[in-house]
Ligand binder design. Structure first.
Ligand SMILES: [Zn+2]
Length: 163
Protein backbone atom coordinates (compact mmCIF):
# COMPACT_ATOMS: atom_id res chain seq x y z
CA UNK A 1 0.00 0.00 0.00
CA UNK A 2 1.29 3.44 -0.83
CA UNK A 3 1.89 5.43 2.32
CA UNK A 4 -0.89 7.91 1.52
CA UNK A 5 -3.86 6.64 -0.43
CA UNK A 6 -5.85 9.78 -0.89
CA UNK A 7 -9.21 8.75 0.48
CA UNK A 8 -10.49 12.31 -0.06
CA UNK A 9 -10.72 11.54 -3.78
CA UNK A 10 -13.28 8.81 -3.15
CA UNK A 11 -16.91 9.88 -3.59
CA UNK A 12 -19.02 8.00 -1.07
CA UNK A 13 -22.19 7.88 -3.22
CA UNK A 14 -20.39 6.56 -6.31
CA UNK A 15 -19.73 2.95 -7.12
CA UNK A 16 -16.38 1.94 -8.54
CA UNK A 17 -15.00 -0.91 -10.60
CA UNK A 18 -11.55 -2.21 -9.64
CA UNK A 19 -10.18 -0.24 -12.61
CA UNK A 20 -11.88 2.97 -11.41
CA UNK A 21 -10.37 2.50 -7.95
CA UNK A 22 -6.97 1.87 -9.51
CA UNK A 23 -7.19 5.12 -11.50
CA UNK A 24 -8.67 7.19 -8.66
CA UNK A 25 -6.06 6.17 -6.09
CA UNK A 26 -3.11 5.50 -8.38
CA UNK A 27 -2.67 1.91 -7.24
CA UNK A 28 -2.20 -1.24 -9.34
CA UNK A 29 -5.47 -3.05 -10.25
CA UNK A 30 -3.93 -6.15 -8.65
CA UNK A 31 -3.76 -4.25 -5.36
CA UNK A 32 -7.49 -3.55 -5.57
CA UNK A 33 -8.22 -7.22 -6.23
CA UNK A 34 -6.09 -8.10 -3.19
CA UNK A 35 -8.14 -5.69 -1.06
CA UNK A 36 -11.33 -7.42 -2.22
CA UNK A 37 -9.84 -10.80 -1.35
CA UNK A 38 -8.79 -9.41 2.04
CA UNK A 39 -12.30 -8.18 2.83
CA UNK A 40 -13.10 -4.96 0.92
CA UNK A 41 -16.88 -5.34 0.50
CA UNK A 42 -18.36 -5.51 -3.02
CA UNK A 43 -21.95 -4.52 -3.82
CA UNK A 44 -22.97 -7.95 -5.12
CA UNK A 45 -21.40 -10.79 -7.01
CA UNK A 46 -22.32 -9.56 -10.51
CA UNK A 47 -19.47 -8.77 -12.93
CA UNK A 48 -17.82 -6.37 -13.11
CA UNK A 49 -17.50 -6.24 -9.34
CA UNK A 50 -18.63 -2.88 -8.01
CA UNK A 51 -17.38 -1.26 -4.85
CA UNK A 52 -19.39 1.41 -3.02
CA UNK A 53 -17.34 4.55 -2.42
CA UNK A 54 -18.39 4.70 1.23
CA UNK A 55 -17.21 1.11 1.81
CA UNK A 56 -13.92 1.79 0.05
CA UNK A 57 -13.28 4.86 2.16
CA UNK A 58 -14.06 3.08 5.43
CA UNK A 59 -12.02 0.04 4.40
CA UNK A 60 -8.93 2.13 3.63
CA UNK A 61 -9.28 4.21 6.79
CA UNK A 62 -9.63 1.06 8.85
CA UNK A 63 -6.75 -0.61 7.04
CA UNK A 64 -4.53 2.30 8.02
CA UNK A 65 -5.72 2.20 11.62
CA UNK A 66 -5.24 -1.56 11.83
CA UNK A 67 -1.77 -1.14 10.44
CA UNK A 68 -0.95 1.47 13.06
CA UNK A 69 -2.67 -0.23 15.97
CA UNK A 70 -3.01 -4.00 15.79
CA UNK A 71 -6.28 -5.15 17.29
CA UNK A 72 -7.21 -8.66 18.29
CA UNK A 73 -10.27 -10.09 16.55
CA UNK A 74 -12.54 -9.05 19.43
CA UNK A 75 -10.99 -5.60 19.90
CA UNK A 76 -11.60 -2.28 18.16
CA UNK A 77 -9.38 0.75 18.28
CA UNK A 78 -10.68 3.30 20.79
CA UNK A 79 -9.76 6.86 19.89
CA UNK A 80 -10.32 8.12 23.42
CA UNK A 81 -8.21 5.47 25.13
CA UNK A 82 -5.84 5.50 22.13
CA UNK A 83 -5.47 1.75 22.25
CA UNK A 84 -7.25 -1.40 21.11
CA UNK A 85 -10.11 -2.17 23.50
CA UNK A 86 -12.86 -4.73 23.76
CA UNK A 87 -16.34 -3.31 23.33
CA UNK A 88 -18.90 -3.83 26.08
CA UNK A 89 -20.92 -6.82 24.95
CA UNK A 90 -24.31 -5.12 25.44
CA UNK A 91 -23.40 -2.44 22.90
CA UNK A 92 -22.05 -4.71 20.16
CA UNK A 93 -23.87 -4.92 16.85
CA UNK A 94 -22.93 -6.77 13.71
CA UNK A 95 -24.31 -5.04 10.62
CA UNK A 96 -24.54 -7.19 7.49
CA UNK A 97 -22.52 -5.99 4.53
CA UNK A 98 -22.29 -7.51 1.06
CA UNK A 99 -19.55 -9.96 0.21
CA UNK A 100 -19.66 -11.99 3.42
CA UNK A 101 -18.64 -9.06 5.61
CA UNK A 102 -20.07 -7.41 8.68
CA UNK A 103 -19.48 -4.04 10.24
CA UNK A 104 -18.91 -4.49 13.97
CA UNK A 105 -19.80 -1.52 16.15
CA UNK A 106 -19.80 -1.07 19.89
CA UNK A 107 -18.78 1.10 22.80
CA UNK A 108 -15.37 0.81 24.43
CA UNK A 109 -15.96 -1.07 27.70
CA UNK A 110 -13.72 1.37 29.50
CA UNK A 111 -14.75 4.85 28.31
CA UNK A 112 -17.93 4.27 26.28
CA UNK A 113 -16.55 5.73 23.03
CA UNK A 114 -18.15 4.21 19.90
CA UNK A 115 -15.82 2.31 17.60
CA UNK A 116 -16.32 0.15 14.55
CA UNK A 117 -14.48 -2.13 12.16
CA UNK A 118 -15.11 -4.55 9.32
CA UNK A 119 -15.01 -8.25 10.10
CA UNK A 120 -15.89 -11.40 8.16
CA UNK A 121 -19.26 -13.04 8.85
CA UNK A 122 -17.22 -16.19 9.42
CA UNK A 123 -15.64 -14.57 12.48
CA UNK A 124 -18.78 -13.12 14.04
CA UNK A 125 -19.53 -16.13 16.27
CA UNK A 126 -15.93 -16.35 17.43
CA UNK A 127 -15.80 -12.63 18.26
CA UNK A 128 -19.07 -12.94 20.15
CA UNK A 129 -17.89 -15.88 22.26
CA UNK A 130 -14.53 -14.21 22.94
CA UNK A 131 -16.48 -11.25 24.32
CA UNK A 132 -18.18 -13.67 26.69
CA UNK A 133 -21.42 -14.05 24.71
CA UNK A 134 -23.44 -17.22 24.34
CA UNK A 135 -24.53 -18.68 21.00
CA UNK A 136 -26.69 -18.15 19.10
CA UNK A 137 -26.26 -14.39 19.10
CA UNK A 138 -29.44 -12.57 20.15
CA UNK A 139 -31.16 -10.95 17.18
CA UNK A 140 -30.91 -7.45 18.62
CA UNK A 141 -27.15 -7.64 18.07
CA UNK A 142 -27.53 -8.48 14.37
CA UNK A 143 -28.65 -5.90 11.81
CA UNK A 144 -29.39 -7.16 8.33
CA UNK A 145 -30.61 -3.81 6.95
CA UNK A 146 -32.82 -5.53 4.41
CA UNK A 147 -29.80 -7.22 2.90
CA UNK A 148 -29.13 -10.89 2.84
CA UNK A 149 -25.57 -11.68 3.80
CA UNK A 150 -24.39 -13.10 0.47
CA UNK A 151 -21.73 -15.64 1.27
CA UNK A 152 -22.39 -16.53 4.88
CA UNK A 153 -26.07 -16.57 5.67
CA UNK A 154 -26.65 -16.72 9.40
CA UNK A 155 -28.01 -20.25 9.22
CA UNK A 156 -24.71 -21.37 7.76
CA UNK A 157 -22.70 -19.50 10.38
CA UNK A 158 -24.64 -21.28 13.08
CA UNK A 159 -24.35 -24.65 11.34
CA UNK A 160 -20.59 -24.25 11.03
CA UNK A 161 -20.47 -23.67 14.75
CA UNK A 162 -22.04 -27.06 15.48
CA UNK A 163 -19.55 -29.12 13.45
ZN1 LIG B 1 -12.03 3.81 25.33
Amino acid sequence: MSSRNNTNRIKIHRSYTAMDVSETLGVHPKTVRNWIRAGLPVIDEARPLLIQGADLKLYLQQKRKTYLHRCELNEMFCFKCKRPKEPSIDSVEFIAKPGGMAQMTGRCYECGQWANKYVSWRDVNQIWTELGGKLPIAEKHLILRGQKPLNYPLAKVFNDEKK
